[in-house]
Design a protein around this ligand. Structure first.
Ligand SMILES: [Zn+2]
Ligand SMILES: [Zn+2]
Length: 382
């Protein structure tokens, strides 16, 4: 910790002035951290090269780090200022990772030096709208970050919704695993999977409605239509980590469904609670996740089929033709037969020269459409 004296007085003053000037419009909920804002020294809001070198050395030294993620929808009136505030403070704790800040909230995936984790948590909780927020703490190493990036975004999750009209903070009732099991074992409860079809295809909760949606936006529209006339019933929704349900539940409430509930922390947190507390597990199959693993097995049940031959299979893969990259389910024997591609035309393409392949891709959008083409899967069946 640096002493009061070593601070850059001019910067500190400017910072305090900015705080007092900007604070009223920063967040609706008056932040309690106003009094604790101090800034140790003038820092640039970007990562300097020597810092990167330092961090690499730190990783080599095998310093213990804790991976943590969290999100919250909140009204942040000045995301740019909040971004600066977080960067200035968390960089001091040696925090690495990426944070998205938007007018609608915050979404963060971080790695914190384990020995400073409590300090970091205290600081996080001192921000009024993040007080007591549930943190997803990963014990395993996972992906390591080499720098801290804090970005101001339009949205904390790209959801394609025009949501000026409703309050994203007016969400449904949060459920833990115990109350989720209780409520969903009631026959009158409507359970909705808020994920896309390729996610629910390999695993979902027993009795859940799994809409055939390619995107979150489609999903929300389909679900709202499906629920027409069922306004009086209890609705329970879930997704992978809980963040999509925050928005979806607020939307449904806005559209006249008063009894909306959501699984807090999603399937990931549910699985953790079920395992730790020895509860009944109502999820079957695999949980689709958005990292290189593509999924995490929850139960041994295989509930889906290979898109090419129809044998039971729940292994997702991306077509080996980079210009296609279709996400689909492929068994080991089909993978061998089609060389990891989704069909004959892609198989032909991967045998072309790199130049020919590049010529074919020219002017075509590829990676951004990875997941949107899942619905085309029927055409690949023999
Ligand atoms: Zn197959
Ligand atoms: Zn393909």
């Amino acid at each position: 910790m640096e002493s009061q004296e070593s601070r850059s007085e001019s910067f500190d003053l400017t910072f305090k002035l900015r705080i007092s000037y900007l604070y009223p419009s920063l967040i609706i909920d008056p932040p309690r951290w106003r009094g604790t804002v101090t800034c140790n020294r003038m820092k640039q809001l970007r990562n300097l090269v020597d810092r990167k070198v330092l961090l690499e050395r730190m990783h080599e030294n095998g310093e213990d780090r804790t991976t943590v993620s969290f999100y919250r929808y909140a009204h942040i009136h000045n995301p740019t200022f909040f971004r600066d505030y977080l960067f200035l403070h968390w960089e001091d704790f040696g925090v690495l990772g990426r944070i998205y800040v938007a007018k609608e909230g915050i979404n963060a995936q971080l790695s914190v030096p384990t020995k400073r984790f409590e300090e970091f948590k205290d600081h996080l909780y001192s921000i009024s709208f993040l007080e007591g927020i549930r943190l997803n703490v990963t014990v395993d190493e996972g992906k390591s970050f080499f720098k801290l990036t804090v970005k101001v975004k339009e949205k904390i999750v790209a959801d394609g919704l025009n949501d000026e009209a409703f309050d994203v903070c007016k969400t449904g009732v949060h459920l833990d695993a115990v109350s989720f099991n209780e409520l969903t074992s009631n026959e009158d409860t409507i359970l909705v999977d808020m994920r896309n079809h390729y996610e629910s295809e390999v695993g979902h909760f027993r009795g859940a409605i799994t809409p055939d949606a390619d995107t979150f936006r489609d999903e929300i529209e389909m679900v709202e239509k499906m629920l027409q006339g069922k306004e009086d019933q209890n609705i329970v929704m879930y997704c992978t980590g809980g963040i999509r349900c925050e928005k979806a539940s607020a939307w449904l409430k806005h559209r006249g469904f008063p009894n909306v509930h959501q699984l807090e922390g999603g399937i990931i947190e549910y699985t953790r609670q079920v395992r730790n507390q020895g509860l009944e597990n109502r999820f079957v199959g695999k949980n689709f996740v958005f990292d290189e693993r593509l999924s995490e097995r929850i139960t041994p049940d295989v509930i889906s089929e290979c898109h090419q031959c129809g044998t039971p299979c729940d292994d997702h893969t991306n077509c080996r033709n980079v210009g296609c990259n279709l996400l689909f389910i492929q068994c080991a024997s089909c993978s061998e037969k089609h060389e990891g591609t989704c069909g004959t035309s892609c198989q032909e393409i991967i045998h072309m020269s790199e130049e020919e392949q590049r010529a074919l891709r020219r002017g075509k959008k590829d990676s951004a459409r990875i997941f949107n083409k899942g619905r085309l899967r029927d055409q690949y069946k023999p």
